[in-house]
Design a protein around this ligand. Structure first.
Ligand code: ADP
Ligand code: GLC
Length: 475
């Protein structure tokens, strides 16, 4: 079985969120499950640095796709774990510094439809007879809107052979562009309908994927059910209900090598379930690092997140006085909406030594917060899967989560974490109060940590589920 895993980001080289983590860890797990998988990803500066052109030979020029692709090529490289990478080298589109989707002003690149249209097109082309390479995938596994046109191209190309699967990591990002982009992207006029790529007068990459893929997955069973309801379907519920027979939820795993407190290169002190005293040393080191008072008598609450409405962190900010009065400490690492960034910075100035905010993306600090905090907060309004709560379980840092999506599927209230229902400050505060009270009960706390740390959150089971789905698609 030959599978092309097409993705717009891949950890550790290019990552803005959980999809990067998934793309870095699922393909190697698939290989272990016996799947012949290759990863197609744009050749961004981060990948260019890790796999310089002289070490990533060109295998194919893409000018057969059209004159505008004369400067594009596919390059082959191998990730350190052995996973083959197909790097989409189109300097005009992808050799740009910074965030893969946003320009320096924090706004979407104006040519994102062309950039990710190309990614989608190359994915589909690889699955067609026009691909004369010795390796031709039988399944194209697409991820999110950036690859959403691949299933459409596959259905519309006469020489296409592969089946398409699309995984929805987040229904909120739909890849919407103006109507004239249809022609620019080489999509035929007859695809412009409610049963094609059109969505309320716009072109939607994600809708195209949901419409044309042979199968759809999302990243947790609960989210798979939620997105079929009008309340949570973000305008796609009708289509998703229509395709319910092809839609399923496969819970993400985590990269158990990168997120292992015993071998984590970002931590000053290694620990596991039998050496939790070293976790306390990580707490003190974290307090020093971010400028919190070094106190082991106060519970330390941690947040690592994109700062967006989805994540519900405005609820945490609103509880500033109650958290300070508990008393507890809070450390927030994140970036995103400017108003939330400014709000957390203001709170840090208001409560020196007790609340700290680090604005930006910092992989190392993310690991040290997972290890050094006592509790991890994820009050998400919706959460397709969520990875941080699984990192928290593994790091002996019980998570406080809202009962939604993958959070509901991974955290068990009172057993390995704390779950609350309503997206309100009152419900969140009640959960934080329960959690900090339990933290003071050493025995109960140790039992919770032990449960979380012993859970299997690896990719082995999900990889087997994906392999079974690929096989079903071919049958
Ligand atoms: P999402 O993909 O919706 O952002 P996930 O929980 O699935 O949420 O994954 C987020 C990933 O991004 C995690 O690996 C998390 O540690 C990481 N992350 C988010 N914000 C930051 C940040 N500011 N610095 C470092 N890592 C971050
Ligand atoms: C998305 C979701 C997150 C999920 C991640 C990886 O960014 O917001 O919940 O864990 O994708 O699938």
């Amino acid at each position: 079985m030959k599978v092309l895993f097409a993705t717009p980001e891949i950890a550790p080289w290019v990552k803005t969120g959980g999809l990067g983590d998934v793309a870095g860890a699922l393909p190697p797990a698939l290989r272990q499950a016996g799947v012949d998988v290759r990863v197609l990803v744009p050749y961004y500066p981060g990948l260019r640095q890790a796999f310089p052109p002289d070490k990533a030979p060109e295998v194919v020029e893409l000018d057969s796709l059209g004159a505008e692709f004369a400067d594009s090529a596919l390059r082959i490289a191998k990730a350190p774990d052995g996973t083959p990478l197909m790097l989409l080298d189109c300097p005009a589109y992808f050799d740009r510094a910074g965030n893969p989707y946003l320009g320096p002003e924090g706004r979407d690149w104006l040519d994102n439809h062309l950039r990710f249209g190309l990614l989608s097109r190359v994915a589909a082309w690889l699955g067609s007879e026009a691909n004369r390479l010795p390796w031709r995938p039988t399944v194209i596994h697409c991820n999110d809107w950036q690859t959403g046109l691949a299933p459409a191209y596959l259905k519309l190309l006469p020489s296409a052979r592969a089946n398409a699967l699309i995984t929805v990591h987040n229904l909120a990002f739909q890849g919407l562009f103006g109507a004239p982009t249809r022609g620019e992207l080489g999509l035929p006029a007859h695809a412009w309908s409610m049963h094609g790529v059109e969505y309320h007068g716009h072109l939607s990459f994600l809708k195209a994927g949901l419409q044309y893929a042979d199968a759809i997955t999302t990243v947790s069973p609960t989210y798979a059910a939620e997105i079929q309801t009008d309340a949570e379907g973000m305008g796609m519920a009708g289509l998703l209900r229509h395709r319910a027979g092809q839609l399923s939820g496969i819970l993400n795993g985590i990269d158990a090598a990168a997120w292992n407190p015993m071998r984590d290169k970002h931590l000053p002190f290694a620990y596991d379930a039998d050496s939790l005293a070293a976790k306390k040393q990580n707490k003190a080191a974290l307090q020093r690092e971010v400028g919190l008072a070094v106190r082991d008598d106060l519970p330390l609450l941690g947040v690592v997140s994109r700062l967006t409405h989805q994540k519900g962190l405005d609820l945490v900010a609103a509880l500033e006085q109650q958290i300070a009065a508990l008393p507890a400490q809070l450390v927030v690492l994140g970036s995103g909406e400017k108003t939330l960034e400014a709000e957390f910075q203001r709170l840090a100035e208001l409560h020196p030594g007790q609340i700290m905010a680090r604005i930006g993306f910092n992989e190392g600090l993310a690991h040290r917060i997972e290890a050094g905090a006592d509790l991890f907060l994820m009050p998400s309004r919706f959460e397709p899967c969520g990875l941080n709560q699984m990192y928290s379980l593994r790091y002996g840092t019980p998570p406080v989560v809202r009962a939604t999506g993958g959070l509901a599927d991974t955290v068990i209230d009172g057993i390995n974490g704390f779950v609350f229902k309503e997206a309100t400050t009152a419900a969140l505060l009640a959960a934080i109060q329960r959690a900090t009270a339990t933290w003071r009960d050493r025995k109960a706390w140790a039992a919770m940590q032990a449960d979380g740390m012993a859970r299997d959150v690896s990719w082995a089971k999900p990889a087997a589920q994906y392999a079974a789905l690929y096989a079903k698609l071919r049958a």
